[in-house]
Design a protein around this ligand. Structure first.
Ligand SMILES: [Zn+2]
Ligand SMILES: [Zn+2]
Length: 337
């Protein structure tokens, strides 16, 4: 028989979201006994768990970033493959967010729950596309859960970058990108736009690019920015972590045009505040329309919302006749990675 309430078996404790009949946490904080990890971003994939289950790509990201994905055992699971943990069946399904990112489908006593992790619906040449999974309870992220957030076409943003480069051939273009996902997506989008020149990288971005390439994502010619002559960087595109843009690091670049690829760049004031000359609205998270459409398409009768800014989305959920609940999870950062 179907249990009536989801919160009798899916609970939130100090480590995060916990599936009682399965005996595991999802993206827990701190060292959990058993963890299912949706993707490699640091607010989801944390160190110190005993047993970890994730996609092969996510385990590889965790190895690169944390040294080891788990203290005792790491189990890799292919998309679509169902595993039994405790009394529940767990299946990882592509989330379209970054390489290896997964939604977690949990099935127990005829009830289907999907934990989205972070996701997006728009095309991304560097990872498997989001797959919709019908469910009774959908637990969604809400990074950009306000109607003002409409991400638009990433290809158009990359076209702006190439146009600016043509306009200012004497200047370097330094683009702030998060190291896992955004960096490789921007490179792949540049390649799709026909840009074949070497792309220069801040040293902090190299390892994740190598990891993507080891999984068959072609990124073309990449060169280290550190050590390159100032003169040689004129007219070139340099990718760097957002923190490096305002930093001394970028002073080595010839008269740089500062760009930042992020969903937050929709907020012009934010771009101005950060001294960004060329804001590029490229996001790896669902925008308002994607969030609301996905919720409707899952057919879920109840929706739980994580990742802050849930008020508008909860209101929307209730107006569509669904039960909604804000899930206060500790340690979720204000990321747009
Ligand atoms: Zn993420
Ligand atoms: Zn996240």
């Amino acid at each position: 028989m179907r249990p009536e309430r989801f919160d009798t078996w899916l609970t939130v404790d100090r480590k995060g979201l916990y599936c009682r009949p399965g005996g595991f946490h999802i993206d827990p904080y701190g060292g959990a006994k058993r963890a299912v990890i949706t993707h490699g971003h640091s607010d989801h994939a944390r160190p110190g768990h005993d047993h970890v289950l994730a996609t092969q790509e996510t385990l590889a990201v965790m190895t690169t970033r944390l040294g080891t994905p788990a203290r005792l055992s790491a189990q890799n699971v292919a998309y679509g493959e169902t595993h039994t943990i405790g009394d529940v069946a767990v299946t990882l399904v592509p989330a379209g967010h970054v390489l290896g990112s997964a939604q977690v489908l949990i099935e127990w006593k005829g009830t289907r729950v999907v934990v989205s992790g972070d996701y997006k619906r728009s095309a991304d040449p560097t990872c498997a596309p989001f797959e919709l999974v019908p469910c009774h309870l959908f637990i969604t992220e809400a990074t950009f859960a306000l109607p003002v957030f409409q991400h638009g076409e990433a290809a158009e943003e990359v076209a702006k970058l190439l146009k600016s480069r043509a306009q200012f051939p004497e200047r370097a273009h330094v683009v702030g990108v998060y190291g896992l996902g955004k960096c490789q997506r921007v490179i792949a989008l540049l390649r799709e736009a026909g840009y074949e020149q070497p792309i220069y990288l801040h040293g902090a971005l190299a390892a994740c690019c190598a990891l993507y390439e080891s999984f068959g994502v072609r990124l073309g010619a990449l060169k280290p920015a550190t050590g390159a002559k100032r003169e040689d960087l004129k007219g070139e595109i340099v990718l760097a972590p957002p923190s490096a843009i305002a930093d001394r690091w970028s002073r080595r670049l010839p008269d740089p045009v500062t760009a930042f690829a992020s969903g937050w760049m929709r907020v012009r004031a934010r771009a101005r505040q950060q001294g960004i000359e060329l804001p590029l609205v490229i996001s790896d998270h669902a925008d308002w329309r994607e969030l609301t459409e996905t919720i409707a398409e899952t057919g879920a009768e109840e929706v739980w919302v994580t990742h802050g800014r849930e008020d508008a989305l909860l209101h929307h959920i209730q107006t569509t006749g669904r039960r909604g609940r804000a899930l206060a999870l500790i340690g979720r950062e204000d990321e747009d990675q």
